[in-house]
Design a binder for this molecule. Structure first.
Ligand code: FE2
Length: 392
């Protein structure tokens, strides 16, 4: 996140001696500094101070290939996936993930976990992760602090961040997740040259949920970390607890943002999808469709016009409320509109939008610049008839 944040204790000057509380007489007793960036030494980074060396690997237990099984590599059909047909499974947030759509830049999937993770830690070394909390609440615990989350939250987790997810008892979590091989940022056009979010941005720094309550565990033992790299999940045993940071500062940290804090941009006539943009990467954008007043020109048509997305695939995940431009849509549905075919409102949607004053829809859109492939799991929840649903 392009602003400065700090938690815990840090020395007054970087790269200098930072002493632990006094130990045995004469012993050098310093914290271990780690620069944590994701783009060499040029991107955003943070400086962390560990109780123990962050490099102490005790054992490598093995690897599991997590490459999704593809069903359709060259897709030309518009599709509707019935997301809630994925039943909750007796698994945590990582084990319950079901990849549905992917290309070489991004992977999009759903998860319906039933339990928290307590016996291992997770790190994605391949990709930044964007989680959208559709149902459930809990805590994202990371080595840089904790972010409480609830319905409607996006969680942005830069690659390499060690974390666990705990769900509150009694909730039935459902998550949309996106793994991005290029960093996930807020849109550049909403930031000034210093990174500050500008006045015309639909959200600002106050809306960002920063990590809090830094956990510092000074424990030796066997700590299992599952590291995703090159599509494989490697199990490593670390010699000390991975959450052993006494303090950190910098710009590279996980954060949360609630879709309910997205302030829609509206106009006298229909505004194009980029006004809903929330995140950007080199390979896709993420937009938030939120309740808003409709266009107020006396002859306005609030439903969108047909448009050709010749150079992108459009994925919409429907969260709640009536989605105004489509028929027969329910929470948890995912529509895919591949590049190459124009798309637009369903029959009747344009007409019924005229004269309406507002919409209560919530949806998350992911537009990828490269075509998406469909996995076997995705095909199993595909309704198979959506592509014909514009014929009256
Ligand atoms: Fe569209």
């Amino acid at each position: 996140m392009p602003f400065y944040h700090t938690l815990g204790q840090i020395p007054p000057k970087r790269h200098t001696q930072f002493e632990k509380p006094p130990g045995p007489a004469g012993a050098v007793n310093l914290y271990y500094e780690q620069l944590f960036g994701t783009i060499g030494f040029e991107g955003m980074s943070s400086l962390l101070y560990h109780v123990h060396r962050p490099t102490m690997v005790k054992a490598v237990l093995g690897s599991v290939d997590t490459t999704p099984v593809l069903a359709v590599e060259k897709n030309i059909l518009s599709r509707k996936l019935i997301g809630f047909n994925l039943e909750p499974v007796q698994a945590d947030f990582l084990e319950s993930r079901v990849p549905l759509l992917l290309n070489k830049d991004v992977l999009i999937g759903l998860a319906a976990p039933t339990r928290s993770t307590t016996d291992y830690f997770y790190k994605n070394a391949d990709a930044d992760e964007l989680l959208f909390i559709h149902r459930g609440s809990g805590k994202l615990r990371t080595l840089l602090g904790t972010i409480p989350f609830e319905y409607g939250d996006y969680l942005v987790i830069p690659r390499g961040m060690i974390y666990q997810i705990e769900f509150d008892a009694g909730t039935q979590p459902r998550l949309l997740y996106v793994e991005s091989h290029s960093p996930i940022y807020t849109p550049k056009r909403y930031r000034n040259q210093f990174g500050q979010l500008l006045e015309h941005s639909p959200f600002c720094e106050r809306d960002i949920k920063r990590p809090q309550n830094l956990e510092t565990h000074d424990e030796a033992g066997d700590f299992l970390i599952k590291i995703k790299k090159q599509g494989a999940l490697h199990s490593l045993v670390y010699a000390t607890h991975p959450f052993d940071v006494v303090g950190w500062d910098g710009y590279n940290f996980p954060y949360g943002f609630s879709i309910f804090n997205f302030e829609p941009i509206t106009g006298r006539v229909h505004q194009p999808p980029p006004v809903h943009q929330t995140f950007q990467t080199d390979a896709f954008v993420v937009c938030s469709f939120c309740p808003r007043l409709y266009d107020y020109h006396p002859k306005a048509i609030p439903a969108p016009y047909n448009h050709s997305n010749i150079d992108s695939d459009e994925v919409i995940y429907y969260v709640d409320g009536d989605f105004m431009s489509r028929n027969d849509i329910a929470p948890g549905h995912i529509t895919l509109h591949p590049g190459g075919i124009p798309h637009g409102p369903h029959p009747g949607a344009m007409e019924r939008s005229i004269g309406k004053k507002e919409t209560q829809e919530y949806a998350v859109m992911v537009d990828t610049f490269r075509p998406l492939m469909l996995t076997e799991a995705g095909l199993q929840i595909d309704d198979g008839k959506y592509y014909k649903s514009w014929i009256e």
